[in-house]
Design a protein. Structure first.
Length: 114
């Protein structure tokens, strides 16, 4: 199994980023997928989840209305569109299956700062 996150960057408050996660080694289209994040000195937290066919999506309250999770099962890729970014969104972002926990990838760093 491989999970490869990309798209992180340094961005100013109010800016936008789109993260991608390319998955391989398992039947991607059969599993709910999630984005998680871990800020310095804090535990990893669940950010957003999309079910296998995209029929249900859930968000943490802290990102609701600003972030959008989506997936492309033909490309084995899950995305996270992040708008109106805040300094408190600064973290390393990871993707993983929601209920079948695979080994974590390296993540992608998102830094929101002026």
């Amino acid at each position: 199994v491989q999970l490869v996150e990309s798209g992180g960057a340094l961005v100013q408050p109010g800016g936008s980023l789109r993260l991608s996660c390319a998955a391989s080694g398992f039947t991607f289209s059969s599993l709910s997928m999630s984005w998680y994040r871990q800020a310095p000195g804090k535990e990893r937290e669940l950010v957003a989840t999309v079910t296998s066919a995209g029929g249900r999506i859930d968000y943490a309250d802290s990102v609701k209305g600003r972030f959008t999770i989506s997936r492309d099962n033909a490309k084995n890729t899950v995305y996270l569109q992040m708008n109106r970014l805040k300094p408190e969104d600064t973290a390393v972002y990871y993707c993983n299956s929601r209920f079948v926990r695979f080994s974590w990838g390296r993540g992608t760093q998102v830094t929101v700062s002026s």
